[in-house]
Design a protein around this ligand. Structure first.
Ligand SMILES: [Zn+2]
Ligand SMILES: [Zn+2]
Length: 339
């Protein structure tokens, strides 16, 4: 059973540990009082997953011959980079793990940019991700591929659960327990409350810019499809792949007591987040790609912020720390949960 692994929070950085004052708060929301909100959330999630497929199905015959324009690709690339780094630098390395200390305007800008990725509000994202680190690949982890029942289809079910299925679960994480510090931050709480506005802006912006740039409504629509819907969907699947693929296949150069792995193929698109084994070994580290040739554009962006004086107290890795992490005793193999 999973409990035999003997997991404790003691080895985690303070940013992943649940403050003692909030330990009385339940891990999860009781499902009944918020059932309607949960159902609405799952319907929206389903729409976000289905809409890119529908957009491609409708737009390919509609746009055939007009194909895709250079401006659509440029807009999509710019918005992918801004919203993607909003998630990796802002939501993940800053708000979840406190890998550096930002100036206030940078903090707010990163919270808005991350919200525009449409992966949920900063409060819910941080809460879910901290819970993932606290229970990584064990019962209580919201999106582990290793907590599905065993059997021939176990790995497939595990992958699907970790990739998307967990978002349809009634098991919602309590932000009061895992993101109390984010809730207390007035700026972050306000950005979080305004999440629907950032989500709409994320799709309206490419439509408006495409319309102005091309001078035609069709130009606005093609930009909406490619730089809005499809750009959003690509980033969603890359983020979800870190939850699924990076806990299933790949190298484990650092000893952790979970199944986190490094996946080189995803490094570019995930902005360095797929060096996931190092991340679980040293969660607060501002750089995830610590090996030679390991691309990590998020670390590059943090370095630029540091040089500009917008970020201080950056937790860069030291050679001594990395040697210690690599030399730590290997974790016991995990046994999947049987339900
Ligand atoms: Zn992970
Ligand atoms: Zn993390």
């Amino acid at each position: 059973m999973v409990g035999q692994v003997g997991f404790s929070e003691a080895h985690l950085h303070p940013s992943e540990q649940v403050p003692s004052a909030t330990r009385r708060v339940p891990d999860r929301h009781p499902s009944s009082p918020r059932l309607s909100a949960a159902v609405v959330g799952r319907v929206i999630t389903a729409l976000l997953i289905v809409s890119p497929i529908a957009a491609i199905a409708v737009s390919v015959p509609l746009l055939w011959g007009h194909a895709i324009h250079l401006r659509d690709v440029v807009l999509a690339a710019i918005l992918y980079a801004i919203t993607g780094h909003g998630v990796t630098v802002g939501f993940h390395r800053l708000f979840t793990h406190r890998g550096f200390k930002p100036k206030r305007p940078l903090k707010i800008a990163l919270a808005i940019a991350g919200s525009m990725a449409i992966e949920g509000s900063v409060v819910s994202w941080v809460a879910n991700h901290r819970r993932h680190h606290v229970h990584s690949d064990r019962s209580g982890d919201p999106h582990s591929p290793h907590t599905s029942p065993r059997g021939a289809l176990g790995p497939v079910r595990g992958f699907l659960h970790a990739h998307m299925g967990w978002m349809f679960s009634t098991d919602s994480t309590a932000p009061e327990r895992y993101a109390a510090d984010v809730l207390r931050d007035r700026d972050l709480a306000a950005v979080s409350t305004l999440f629907p506005l950032w989500a709409v802006a994320s799709l309206a912006l490419p439509f408006g810019v495409g319309w102005l740039w091309s001078g035609s409504l069709i130009g606005g629509l093609t930009a909406f499809v490619w730089a809005g819907i499809i750009r959003m969907a690509l980033l969603h699947h890359v983020t979800w792949s870190v939850n699924s693929i990076c806990h299933m296949v790949g190298a484990r150069p650092f000893a952790t007591d979970d199944q986190s792995r490094n996946v080189r193929l995803l490094a570019l698109l995930s902005f360095g987040e797929s060096w996931h084994n190092l991340h679980h070994a040293y969660p607060a580290c501002a750089r995830h790609g610590v090996g030679r040739g390991q691309i990590d554009s998020s670390a590059g962006v943090i370095r630029l912020f540091e040089k500009a004086g917008w970020a201080t107290n950056v937790r860069w890795p030291t050679a001594r720390r990395l040697v210690t992490l690599a030399a730590a005793p290997a974790a016991p193999a995990l046994v999947p949960v049987t339900r």
